[in-house]
Design a protein around this ligand. Structure first.
Ligand SMILES: Nc1ncnc2c1ncn2[C@@H]1O[C@H](COP(=O)(O)OP(=O)(O)OP(=O)(O)O)[C@@H](O)[C@H]1O
Ligand SMILES: [Mg+2]
Length: 312
């Protein structure tokens, strides 16, 4: 073994790991950079959002009906309108449903009613008053929105539910949880209703989080109710519980149910079929089936899938 060979060997033994480690670091740092950039973009999008104009006078709606007059809306930076030239009327106490293909604009339309966004064109009226003329506090007390992807905060279940009405007593919150069919969720958590969400071993699924949000809405007891059914209802048991909870909650209220399964909407006073940002059909279940349009087609497909499941 020559000296030169030994030196070479030593050189490679020392340098090779250094190169690998450096390359690894470069690789990971570029990945981290992407994560950071993404997070910053999201923070920017929130910070840069224009605050909504607070109503000057704060008018009071004369009833709890909802009208959309020639409403169009485009998300900031989007290339096209998410909903365009929509007209609809929902009477006080009516129970209506929104159905239609994914991305059609159901959630967008409902969030315009709760003034999560301001319309680009047209008017949203609650009890004949433009939502922009109702004070934000009054509007919040009037409309309850159960979101498609309900989020819970890192506090106890009891406090999460009490957000609906902070002055509610523990007994009232417990009643709301019971009415929202949440007892099975409480039973499996270590400290029941006092369990803090987000600590180890306190996982709730999307469907369960939605039921807890329904309990929150029950406690709030607002006269207009919007339920955006979670898409991720893999198990029928959870779906049935949500339906039961919602039926209890919606009694005597103006309700909008955004449904992905058609069985849940057959009893609605009116069904709006929403596709590509417009209402393409409206009427009762029977009227729409008779009409033989998109809804009739969706209904046929739905029944076929049920048959297929039974036959399988
Ligand atoms: N925050 C947003 N920013 C930009 N575009 C959005 C945003 N939310 C929705 N969109 C777009 O608006 C359109 C309507 O979406 P929306 O969520 O209202 O549909 P949807 O009918 O509720 O669908 P799904 O049945 O899947 O819930 C889609 O093209 C969607 O990509
Ligand atoms: Mg949606």
């Amino acid at each position: 073994m020559s000296n030169e060979f030994l030196l070479n060997l030593l050189f490679y033994i020392i340098v090779t790991p250094v190169i690998t480690v450096t390359l690894n670091k470069i690789m990971f740092s570029s990945e981290d950079l992407m994560v950071v950039e993404d997070a910053l973009k999201r923070i920017d999008s929130i910070v840069n959002r224009e605050p909504m104009q607070e109503a000057k006078e704060g008018l009071t709606p004369k009833d709890y009906s909802i009208s959309l007059n020639d409403v169009s809306f485009r998300y900031p930076d989007a290339g096209q309108d998410a909903v365009s030239h929509v007209d609809l009327k929902i009477h006080e106490g009516e129970q209506v449903a929104f159905v239609g293909p994914s991305g059609g604009g159901k959630t967008t339309l409902a969030s315009l009613m709760a003034r999560s966004w301001d319309v680009t064109e047209g008017k949203v009226l609650i009890g004949d008053v433009d939502v922009r003329d109702i004070s934000s506090q009054k509007l919040m007390d009037t409309v309850s929105f159960v979101f498609q992807d309900s989020k819970l905060l890192k506090m106890s279940i009891l406090d999460n539910v009490r957000m609906g009405r902070p002055e509610a007593t523990r007994a009232e919150a417990m009643q709301a949880l019971q009415d929202a069919q949440c007892e099975d969720i409480l039973a499996k958590l270590p400290q029941g209703v006092d369990t803090v969400i987000g600590t180890t071993g306190t996982y709730v699924s999307g469907g369960e989080a939605q039921r807890l949000s329904i309990a929150r809405a029950m406690l709030k007891n607002a006269p207009i109710l919007i339920l955006d059914e979670a898409t991720a209802f893999a198990d029928p048991d959870n779906e049935e519980k949500v339906q039961k909870a919602f039926a209890k909650l919606s009694k005597g209220k103006t309700t909008i149910m955004i449904a992905h399964r058609l069985t849940t909407v057959t009893g609605a006073d009116k069904i709006f079929v929403i596709k590509e940002g417009t209402i393409c059909e409206e009427g009762s279940h029977h009227e729409l089936v008779e009409k033989n349009g998109l809804y009739a087609h969706m209904w046929k497909e739905y029944n076929n899938s049920v048959k297929w499941k039974v036959g399988a």
